[in-house]
Design a protein around this ligand. Structure first.
Ligand SMILES: Nc1ncnc2c1ncn2[C@@H]1O[C@H](COP(=O)(O)OP(=O)(O)O)[C@@H](O)[C@H]1O
Ligand SMILES: [Mg+2]
Length: 252
């Protein structure tokens, strides 16, 4: 498989935060890691991104064992909840930053940065300062910056949780569109069942640091592996696409 986590363990002091976590993800798929607050989602993402080292276990990406590599040497880009943009740079400088870091010359980095800004609908704000943008626009810039480096894997940690409900819904659908059009492999962390059901090709439900179930949304919903997974999914009625992903959630 394209991404493989093998029996990852991570503890902070006495507390086991990630327990024997194994999962696999195919190239161009979007995996949602879904679970209650505090279950270990961010820690898992930090292990994949290299911001934390596991106590044991290994991580393979596209056939390469990346477990011992620092974040900047992993072909991985991360979008954080808090955007993580550089406030002293313009929008375009933010997006082009990683490209210059990769050794691309100024003109080529600028051109590519603009291409990705175009993609997220912000080409006309290329020269703006970050703080002049709304939260939703800043999150689009963060997304453009992550995608511009053409990572093998894009990690997203609850990226839309600071946005209002209407914008959040819009961003989810846009993200799904970019992901499918560009064929990017993504791991998206959320505590929001609706978000996972809308976005994911496969959902990994985490409970207290362990994997409770890994399945496509439809299978998860129709065949929850345990009462606790079923309880956590508590949604009302779903409209499915032909490919098994969720088109719409009807709240009763
Ligand atoms: N650096 C750390 N030191 C100590 N405990 C931590 C640290 N990071 C996270 N934890 C604890 O690990 C557990 C899982 O945290 P986290 O991965 O952030 O969960 P989630 O993202 O699912 O909300 C929580 O109980 C949290 O308090
Ligand atoms: Mg978290």
């Amino acid at each position: 498989m394209y991404l493989e986590l093998h029996q990852l363990n991570k503890r902070f002091g006495e507390k086991e935060v990630v327990k024997d976590l194994s999962l696999e993800l195919a190239q161009r798929d979007l995996l949602c890691i879904l679970g209650a607050s505090g279950c270990g989602k961010t820690t898992t993402l930090n292990l994949i991104g290299g911001f934390l080292a596991p106590d044991s276990g290994s991580i393979l990406l596209d056939g390469q064992d990346v477990t011992a590599l620092p974040p900047e040497r992993r072909p991985v880009a991360t979008v954080f909840q808090s955007y993580g943009l550089f406030p002293h740079m313009t929008v375009l400088q933010n997006v082009a930053y990683g490209l210059k870091f990769q050794g691309m010359d100024r003109a080529a980095a600028r051109k590519k940065g603009l291409y990705y800004l175009e993609l997220v609908g912000l080409a006309d704000r290329a020269g703006s300062r970050i703080h002049a943008l709304s939260g939703g626009q800043q999150q689009r810039v963060a997304l453009a910056r992550a995608l511009a480096v053409e990572p093998k894997l894009c990690l997203l940690d609850e990226p839309f949780s600071n946005l209002d409900a209407a914008l959040r819904t819009k961003m989810r659908h846009e993200l799904k569109r970019f992901q499918e059009e560009l064929g990017i492999t993504m791991v998206f962390v959320t505590h929001d069942q609706e978000e996972a059901l809308i976005l994911a090709d496969r959902i990994a439900v985490m409970e207290e640091g362990a994997l409770a179930q890994l399945a496509p949304p439809e299978e998860l919903y129709q065949n929850p592996a345990s009462p606790s997974v079923a309880r956590f999914l508590g949604v009302d009625e779903l409209v499915w696409r032909e490919d098994g992903t969720v088109l719409k959630i009807i709240k009763q």
